[in-house]
Design a protein around this ligand. Structure first.
Ligand code: FES
Length: 160
């Protein structure tokens, strides 16, 4: 009888210690995971599928936003492309990545030029670098206007 009482206490202490170790171990693991996971997500680039085809539909040619702003940025696989629509309904498409330090370019409708706000770089409507630090022209894409249905034209961009 006495020997069973002596044996019972160490088992109970061992169980409490194991439980405490398990609790601290999993808490520490959860803490480490909750710190490391966001950091890993931040430094790992997102997976964006490359364009499976060599063409991308960029929306309606008469897109009101495109007419109002004169441009929009679309994705060609993982690459940003700037689609420009001038007042006389001419379309141009270029890589939207500035050739200086990779900022995304925009379009200044009032000056009819592609513009990079980062360091004041400018390109003309042929994609040629004409103002500021960009060292080379933008990569050109082909623009085709496809009439899907009467009065409903779509802009299709392909690699040049
Ligand atoms: S990144 Fe465009 S001008 Fe510098």
């Amino acid at each position: 009888m006495e020997s069973s009482v002596i044996n019972a206490k160490p088992v109970a202490r061992f169980d409490r210690r194991r439980l405490l170790n398990w609790f601290l171990g999993t808490s520490f693991g959860a803490l480490v995971l909750s710190v490391l996971y966001p950091i890993l997500r931040y430094v790992t680039p997102p997976r964006i599928a490359e364009a499976s085809t060599s063409e991308v539909e960029a929306g309606l040619a008469a897109d009101p936003v495109l007419i109002e702003k004169g441009f929009k940025i679309i994705r060609f696989g993982a690459d940003p492309v700037i689609l420009v629509r001038t007042a006389d309904a001419k379309f141009y498409a270029y890589s939207a990545t500035c050739t200086h330090l990779d900022c995304i370019v925009g379009f200044q409708k009032e000056h009819s030029r592609i513009w990079c706000n980062c360091h004041g770089g400018g390109y003309d409507l042929t994609g040629r670098n004409v103002i500021g630090p960009p060292p080379k022209p933008l990569t050109a894409y082909k623009v085709n206007i496809v009439e899907k249905s009467p009065g409903n034209s779509t802009v299709v961009i392909t690699k040049a």
